[in-house]
Design a protein around this ligand. Structure first.
Ligand SMILES: Nc1ncnc2c1ncn2[C@@H]1O[C@H](COP(=O)(O)OP(=O)(O)OP(=O)(O)O)[C@@H](O)[C@H]1O
Ligand SMILES: [Mg+2]
Length: 302
């Protein structure tokens, strides 16, 4: 199956990578691209800084599902709200719910239990993708703009660890369900974003290694973002040997070296996207859409 088709079938696509490489921008680009390909899509953000709405050109979500355009939605999620929801599902008596949610023991559990945040995030994505969330629109694919902390591997391995450690109870059941969801290669996939620079590339390769070793799965796609294009306008009369063009050429050379490293060390589909002279916002996302779609369609079967 072609990589583009494989991505289209996933119910959950996790976009991950080192801080600042363009995860949020590309989660937005991917969201639009999936809609163009007929998938009803929700881009899920966990970052409390809330900046996806700027990239999608809508008001902040503040926890609610916001419609971006036909078949495209955005939500900023507070994992804590999901944990509270699990309690509400279990404890049907309103007064008791209030007591549990207010109790210091519950607070300590929610804040301290390793893996609970990850389960809450993925559990929410699962409910969205399954249509189990009351009042939510019908969604085919959830694109998760993964939190920048740690790397995507823990997000994916935490549910299984949690389910193994805590054998019973509502959180363990949710963990088990989520673990099955993310382990199913038909259901979920991982997209890694990197810059073609030494540290981000090293980290992307490390992420891939960890994912294969600890999770037994490989990323669906690698996106090398923010590439310096060839220096334009070097005609015969264009005798520009200034510092700016020298700087540009050096950055470009650095990119080329790192792409060569990826050629050697990264097996699997890769898309390359240019650094655009647009700083941020929906304009950037719109401008990246076309090269992204073209590159995705060009990818061959592995
Ligand atoms: N191809 C590109 N061309 C120009 N600017 C880009 C490109 N990709 C991303 N940017 C810009 O780079 C900055 C970082 O991008 P973004 O916020 O998407 O990264 P991130 O990986 O989500 O960061 P964080 O780890 O902080 O969440 C933003 O200002 C974004 O607009
Ligand atoms: Mg981000």
């Amino acid at each position: 199956m072609r990589p583009a088709d494989r991505l289209l079938q996933r119910r959950l696509i996790v976009v991950t990578g080192k801080g600042g490489v363009g995860k949020s921008a590309l989660a937005s680009v991917l969201g639009h691209s999936l809609v163009r390909r007929g998938r009803r899509t929700l881009v899920l953000e966990v970052d409390p800084r809330e900046n996806l709405h700027r990239l999608l050109g809508v008001p902040p979500s503040g926890g609610k599902i916001v419609r971006v355009r036909k078949d495209l939605y955005l939500q900023n999620l507070k994992p804590r709200h999901v944990a509270d929801w699990v309690v509400e599902q279990q404890v049907r008596i309103k007064m008791l719910v209030r007591r549990v949610l207010a109790s210091p023991i519950y607070h300590r559990f929610v804040e301290g239990a390793p893996g609970l945040t990850e389960i809450a995030i993925l559990g929410h994505a699962l409910r969205l993708a399954r249509g189990d969330l009351r009042g939510a629109p019908e969604i085919d694919t959830v694109v998760l703009d993964a939190p920048a902390t740690g790397h995507g591997v823990y997000l994916l391995t935490a549910p299984r660890l949690f389910a193994e450690t805590i054998g019973e109870g509502p959180f363990a059941r949710l963990a088990q369900e989520v673990a099955e969801f993310v382990a199913d290669p038909e259901a979920s996939g991982l997209v890694v974003v990197t810059l073609a620079e030494e540290m981000p590339v090293a980290e992307a390769l490390e992420l891939r290694r960890a994912l294969t070793e600890r999770f037994g799965r490989e990323p669906e796609l690698l996106i090398a973002n923010g590439l310096y294009p060839e220096l334009p306008g070097r005609g015969v009369d264009d005798n520009d040997e200034g510092e700016t063009s020298e700087l540009w050429r050096r950055r470009r050379r650095l990119n080329v070296r790192q792409l060569a490293r990826l050629d050697r060390e990264w097996r699997g589909p890769r898309i390359e996207l240019p650094l655009l002279p647009i700083d941020e916002g929906s304009e950037l996302v719109a401008a990246l859409g076309e090269p992204f779609d073209a590159a995705l369609d060009d990818l061959e079967e592995p």
